[in-house]
Structure formats: C-alpha cells, structure tokens
Design a protein around this ligand. Structure first.
Ligand code: FES
Length: 88
C-alpha cells in the first residue's frame, strides 16, 4: 500500500487514490479544488515518481514536469511512498 507523508503526518492510501483529503487532514489549504487557483501547491520532498503524471491544469499554472511542485487537488499516488510539504 502506498504511503503519503504530508507535513510530517503519515497516511496509508490505496494505489491510484487522490492525495487531496489526506493533504487537507494535514492542514494544507485548498481553494477552488479544481486545479485553477494554485492555493493547494505542495512541494514533493521524496517520491515524485510515484505520483500521477502532471495534468493540463497543473501545466497551465506553471507546474513543471521535472520540478518538485504539484497541486494537491490534482494528483494521485500510484505506488510507493511520497513525502511532501504544503502551506498551512
Ligand atoms: S485548490 Fe485550487 S488549484 Fe488546488
């Protein structure tokens, strides 16, 4: 089972599960929840290869495929472990 660590809190997820609700539980602030505002930006500290591919909404907000930033309302964990930090 994939594990997600957000702001030092750890969660066990299902493969392919969205990270949004766990990030919310860890205090990450959300706005539109639809990939439009950028409020939910998170920095991936480890395991970015275990997240779903960057989507068009993220690209439209300047998220780079080889960077460390993602939108928590848009990505899913596919496998393995991911550690990130968000603004709370
Ligand atoms: S909450 Fe607006 S982009 Fe994620």
């Amino acid at each position: 089972m994939p594990k997600l660590k957000v702001n030092k809190k750890e969660f066990v997820l299902k493969e392919g599960e969205a990270v949004k609700k766990y990030c919310e539980e860890a205090g990450v602030v959300f706005g539109c929840e639809d990939g439009q505002c950028g409020t939910c930006i998170i920095q991936i500290k480890d395991g970015k290869e275990n997240l779903s591919e960057i989507n068009q909404n993220e690209m439209d907000l300047g998220i780079e495929a080889d960077g460390e930033m993602r939108l928590a309302c848009q990505c899913r964990i596919e496998k393995g472990n991911v550690e990130c930090e968000g603004y709370i």
